[in-house]
Every structure is written in structure tokens, then in C-alpha cells.
Design a protein around this ligand. Structure first.
Ligand code: LMR
Length: 399
């Protein structure tokens, strides 16, 4: 039995974490996984979340399973937060939202839903993208293609190639779009470019599936929802996988949501039923705790304000880390290497395939861990390790 089990080479992101933990060098730095770290290098407990935890602890609920689609109060609060849809409004009724196991769970349930509804469709992800996108959609039985996204020569979105690729896709193809803070490149489309993409999606009858794991980390909660709003305005149905991991610093609670914007309320009810069925087949129903915390934050006006401030603070700290690293690099001889990408890119990540080629050296000689693709988690840069990282980057790029 099991003799044919193939070796699993490990996950390109998660498996590195064990190696990093086992590294005993004191001056090591982890710029691999997408965690938001504070200035002390810790994954923080947000003050709004700490208060919400206390509130939840003070009001325990009778144990029992949540509904398959999760905590209804959380789902409603999430709809309002993401879509500005007030309960009872026509827009609210047109959105089917369920609670999910983080953003990955939302992608998986959405993929299963689409495989049932469009079994012949293929899914198209940006090149490059978060590795797990491909795995999740392939795991749901889809063929996964890649559309051009990043032009490494110019460090910008390969916009013309992206558009013409979308034009060439078969009708009813699923197109995975990063709503903001593209992972791994940190490089997003402008609102005007999104408008044009939406026109192509509509003309070609393509189905957008948005991934939104970093809301508020690029420019702010409102600005970062541009694509959602534009799709709603264009009356374009879409799926939205959303994660609370980074934005509430709730990683282990596995809390996120999946929404489907539909043509009308009756369709949304049917979609909600199909989403519940997909959850039941996968894990029956989600856990309660993370949903109660996020729901408490979103429904308590002072906690909501506090959380928005904290989110703005996280974004600002990442921006400052980019500046500090850029300034530190400028003090070194880096052989004329262009580090401008650090300031141009958005959100948790920066991306530079040239730097990625030095990942082994950075790890072995300096204890600085980045992904070999060239993705670095900028939030891992703190005032304590900026100089170590700059010296490491400078050494490997200059020589
Ligand atoms: C990342 O991209 O590093 C995060 O989203 C963590 C993960 O699950 O890969």
C-alpha cells in the first residue's frame, strides 16, 4: 500500500518557513512569506482585534455548527465593507457571500463552484502569480493558462500583451485578477487600464475571479476597491475571494469570504445555495471564532475606526520600510543596480527577478531569505535589519 506515493517537493513559500526557523544565525531576516510584521519584526495583534477578542470572550455563544455558508452576521458585515452594500438594498440582495477558510478557502470553493457550472472552461492566471492559484484551480480540475502580466524589462504591467491575450481567450474562460497589490510583483493596473480590461471581459464574455488579500495595503480601502466598484457599475458578474489574514492580522484563524455579484437577487440566492453545497462537500461548515472577531470589529463603530487607522498605519510602515531600504542601498556600491522598483511597487511585496537569482547566496552568506522568484516581503524590513539586508543585497548584486 502507498508504495507509489510520489515525493512532495514542498511548497515554494510555506516550506521555507521551517528552514528559516531552524537557522540559528542571530542576524537572519525572513522576507519570504506574506506576513505583515511590525517595526519590532512581530506579527502584531491589532488593538481593535484584541478588544474584539475580549468582547467575543465575554459573550460566548451556544456551541453548535455554523451554517454551511458561515456566520450570517459576518457575511452581511463583509458585504457592506467590501461593496458598500447596505442590508436590504438591491445591491446587497444581488451579492451571494459566504464565510471561508481564508482567501485560499474562498478560491477553492469558488473553483469548485465554477467547475460545476462551467465544466469546459479554462482558468487564466497572470504571469507571474501566487503559486497556489495554479494549484487550487488545477486541483479543482481546471486547465490553467497564463496571461502576460509583468514586463521584467520595464518593470511595469505588460498591458498591451495582457489585453491582446484576453481578446484571444475562448468565451466563458475564467480570468483570475488581483484586485490590488498584485502578488508577487506589487505592480497594479491603473483605474483607466482596469476600465479597458472590463470592456474586453464583457465583449469576450469572460468571467472575472478577483483575489483581494491586501485591501488597503496599496493606497487605502476606497482606492483599492476600484476594480470591484467598476465591475459592479459595469453590471459585470464576478467572483471575489477575500482574506482577513493580513488586513486583520488574523492568520491562524483562517477567516475570509467568497462573494458572487449576480445579475439579480434570485440568481444570488441560487448561487448562495450552490456555494453552501460546495462548502458541505469540502469541510461542511467553517469555524466560528475568526468570523465573530471580524464581525465585532466591523459592527462596533469605534473599533471600525480604530481598525481603519491600524490598516493605514500598516500601509504607511511598509512604505517607510521601502524608503529606508532604498536609502540604505543608495549608501552602498551596488554596481549601478536600479533599485527603483522598491518605491514603485505596492503593498507587502516587491519583485525583482534579477535579485531572485541571488536567493541562495543571500540565504547562505547573510541569512537573508527571499523567494527565488525575486519576491521579497517588504514588511519584513525593520530598522534593526535594514542595514543587514542592504549590505547583503549590495554584495550579491555588485559582485
Ligand atoms: C504569501 O503569498 O506569502 C501568503 O499569501 C502566504 C501563503 O499562503 O502563501
Amino acid at each position: 500500500m502507498f508504495a507509489h506515493t510520489p515525493h512532495h517537493p514542498g511548497d515554494p513559500i510555506l516550506s521555507i518557513q521551517g528552514h528559516y526557523r531552524d537557522d540559528t544565525r542571530p542576524a537572519k531576516a525572513n522576507l519570504t512569506i506574506g506576513f505583515y510584521y511590525d517595526e519590532q519584526g512581530r506579527v502584531p495583534d491589532l488593538a481593535s482585534v484584541v478588544t474584539a477578542r475580549d468582547t467575543v470572550a465575554a459573550h460566548p455563544r451556544t456551541p453548535g455548527y455554523l451554517p454551511m455558508g458561515g456566520d450570517p452576521s459576518y457575511c452581511a458585515a463583509m458585504k457592506t465593507m467590501l461593496f458598500d452594500a447596505e442590508p436590504g438594498s438591491p445591491l446587497f440582495e444581488r451579492i451571494a457571500t459566504i464565510q471561508t477558510l481564508g482567501g485560499s478557502g474562498a478560491l477553492k470553493v469558488g473553483a469548485d463552484l465554477l467547475k460545476g457550472l462551467y465544466p469546459q472552461a479554462s482558468v487564466h492566471v497572470p504571469g507571474p502569480t501566487w503559486d497556489n492559484h495554479r494549484s487550487i484551480f488545477q486541483g479543482a480540475g481546471f486547465e490553467v493558462g497564463t496571461y502576460p502580466y509583468f514586463d521584467a524589462e520595464t518593470g511595469t504591467v505588460a498591458y498591451d500583451a495582457l489585453l491582446s491575450h484576453l481578446e484571444s481567450l475562448p468565451e466563458y474562460s475564467v480570468v483570475l485578477l488581483h484586485a490590488c497589490c498584485h502578488n508577487p510583483t506589487g505592480t497594479d493596473l491603473t483605474p483607466e487600464q482596469w476600465d479597458e480590461v472590463i470592456r474586453v471581459l464583457q465583449r469576450r464574455h469572460l468571467l472575472p475571479f478577483l483575489d483581494l488579500a491586501y485591501l488597503g495595503f496599496a493606497h487605502g480601502v476606497d482606492e483599492d476597491r476600484y476594480l470591484l466598484r467598476a465591475l459592479v457599475q459595469a453590471e459585470q458578474p464576478f467572483l471575489l475571494a477575500q482574506s482577513c489574514s493580513k488586513i486583520f492580522s488574523l492568520y491562524a484563524e483562517r477567516i475570509g469570504s467568497l462573494s458572487v455579484f449576480c445579475a439579480d437577487a434570485e440568481l444570488a440566492r441560487r448561487l448562495h445555495g450552490q456555494l453552501e453545497a460546495a462548502v458541505r462537500r469540502n469541510y461542511s461548515s467553517p469555524p466560528a471564532y475568526g468570523a465573530r472577531i471580524v464581525d465585532t470589529v466591523l459592527r462596533t463603530p469605534e473599533l471600525l475606526l480604530q481598525w481603519q487607522d491600524e490598516l493605514n498605519g500598516m500601509r504607511e510602515r511598509i512604505r517607510q520600510a521601502r524608503v529606508a531600504l532604498g536609502e540604505a542601498l543608495a549608501r552602498h556600491d551596488t554596481g549601478g543596480y536600479d533599485w527603483g522598483f522598491l518605491q514603485r511597487q505596492n503593498g507587502l511585496f516587491s519583485y525583482d527577478p534579477g535579485l531572485g537569482k541571488t536567493a541562495d547566496r543571500l540565504r547562505d552568506e547573510f541569512g537573508v531569505y527571499i523567494l527565488p522568484t525575486g519576491r521579497i516581503c517588504v514588511a519584513g524590513v525593520t530598522s534593526d535589519n535594514t542595514e543587514t539586508i542592504a549590505r547583503a543585497f549590495a554584495t550579491v548584486m555588485a559582485g
